[in-house]
Design a protein around this ligand. Structure first.
Ligand SMILES: [Fe+2]
Length: 417
């Protein structure tokens, strides 16, 4: 069959098509970049300059540091390698605002971030503006041949910044909780309400299931590769454990009963003198809790927050249940059988944070993002009230040390059939 000659008009259209599609992507990334960068500033806007300097413990960072560090991430991993005309904003900043990337050079000690009063907040605002302008220019002008690489680093930079948006909130709440005047982050903040409806347990589909990220859209490297996992006969709680249930746990003497606890957990209860979840204090014989809206009576209907893995594990033992594994959680989430999987509290699982079979960290400094932390921590699934919109995923693996409780961490139970 004779081939039909292509008309000049069609040829021109085809030649233009890749450019048009890259231009569309430029616009998409530009909007995403502006949206995420603005959200950081929206969260910081509730805080004074003094609020933004404070570091209440080694694990928590000052707001000012978060605002600068996420900016350094774009400078270090996007602008320096891909923008040939970019000039470093301030040669002192990479040392101050590198977090843990050994391959990216030396860095200031994490526990001393709160000692850095200069550069001040206005300097950090100027740093953000400088980097914003350069990133926006790069998104608009990068040659089409390099565009996908640049967009992929913009993408990880935005997800990285969203992680710090959550940390900004959890870290300032920890700082405010140390202040005897019980400062308010946002007087209009209200705790998210748990979904109503029948409680109890629901079956998780048993058998072999594929878990991990399936390749559609963004994910962090620790969610890959997707792989088969065997699910036993297990049921998972429809709802999150509530403050009311936790009050019963306390009333039953759980914090003074060593047999309920893992050895490390019981040691932590002793050394930290825990008597209830993080930020809980008894006042006038009533349990109250430090929240983003200040110090409030504990609401029994609200899902419990700020519990460590040790406490979650002890509660499960007390209840005669166990915590779900991260695989059980993910299969249940994919089957949509749980209420409040996202948006209220990260949920501790009984799974250690380990690489998936076949996991390889990416080459270069960005390979330090997740892989080097895969020891001694436990996985949390879901998302919390502080997780920015669009950041949650079925395959998302959060991880913290088992004693950590300054995150919005809660739990749901599971039981074997
Ligand atoms: Fe970071």
């Amino acid at each position: 069959m004779a081939r039909t000659a292509m008309s000049p008009a069609t040829r021109d259209e085809l030649a233009r098509e890749p450019k048009r599609s890259v231009d569309k992507e430029r616009e998409t990334w530009l909007q995403a970049f502006r949206r995420v960068r603005a959200e950081t500033e929206t969260r910081a806007a509730h805080l004074s300059a003094e609020d933004q300097i404070v570091q209440s413990m080694a694990d928590a960072s000052p707001t000012k540091w978060h605002r600068a560090h996420v900016t350094w991430f774009f400078e270090q991993f996007l602008l320096v390698p891909y923008d040939l005309v970019y000039r470093i904003f301030d040669e002192r900043f990479p040392f101050l605002f590198n977090s843990y990337y050994v391959a990216a050079g030396p860095r200031h000690a994490r526990p001393q971030r709160g000692l850095i009063t200069r550069p001040n907040g206005e300097d950090v605002t100027a740093y953000r503006a400088h980097v914003d302008a350069a990133v926006e220019r790069l998104i608009g002008e990068v040659p089409a041949t390099e565009a996908q690489r640049v967009f992929s680093i913009v993408e990880i930079g935005l997800h990285h910044e969203q992680q710090h948006q959550e940390l900004l909130i959890t870290d300032i709440l920890h700082a405010f909780a140390q202040n005897p005047t019980d400062p308010v982050y946002d007087a209009n903040w209200r705790p998210p309400r748990a979904t109503q409806g029948p409680r109890g347990f629901v079956e998780v589909p048993s058998g072999i299931h594929v878990v991990g990220h399936n390749g559609d859209g963004f994910c962090f490297d620790n969610e890959t590769p997707c792989h088969d996992e065997l699910i036993p006969q297990v049921r998972i709680a429809r709802h999150l454990v509530t403050n009311g249930e936790w009050l019963e746990f306390i009333a039953a003497g759980a914090y003074t009963t060593p047999s309920l606890w893992l050895s490390d957990g019981w040691a932590t209860v002793q050394t930290e003198a825990w008597q209830g979840p993080g930020y809980w204090r008894r006042k006038d014989d009533i349990w109250q809790v430090m929240t983003l809206a200040g110090f409030k009576p504990v609401d029994p209907a609200t899902p419990v927050q700020h519990v460590s893995y040790y406490e979650a594990d002890a509660f499960a033992r007390f209840a005669g249940k166990h915590l779900p594994s991260e695989t059980e959680w993910e299969v249940a989430a994919r089957a949509n059988v749980m209420a409040d999987a996202f948006g209220i509290a990260w949920q501790w699982t009984r799974s250690a944070y380990l690489p998936y079979p076949g996991y390889r960290a990416v080459e270069g400094a960005l390979g330090e993002y997740n892989g080097k932390f895969m020891v001694s921590q436990m996985v949390l699934r879901g998302s919390s009230l502080a997780t920015p919109e669009g950041h949650e995923r079925l395959s998302y693996r959060n991880f913290f040390y088992p004693s950590a409780r300054w995150q919005f961490s809660g739990l749901r139970l599971a039981e074997f059939v």
